[in-house]
Design a protein around this ligand. Sequence first.
Ligand SMILES: [Zn+2]
Length: 91
Amino acid sequence: MKTLVLGIIGLVLVSSTFILKESNNQPARSQISKIQQNKKDAVVYICKGPKSYAYHSRSRCSGLNNCSTEIYEVNESEALSMRRTACQKCH
Ligand SMILES: [Zn+2]
């Protein structure tokens, strides 16, 4: 069991070193993907009421005032996959 755990730790270390090496070789490319990643993972706020169609950058947006359910915090990519569009008031 101990050997297995050590083996997994070793594998993780090796793969993270490899990823680090990869990004050092291609600084420009990794920077772009990092920006896209950040944008994709932005936290947005949605209401799950039947009339809700937008996602919000602020939980206190006036567009959420009439929300009949709780306000949920999700990633922007999740909101997009729920066919939500960016709120005109806070984006
Ligand atoms: Zn809004």
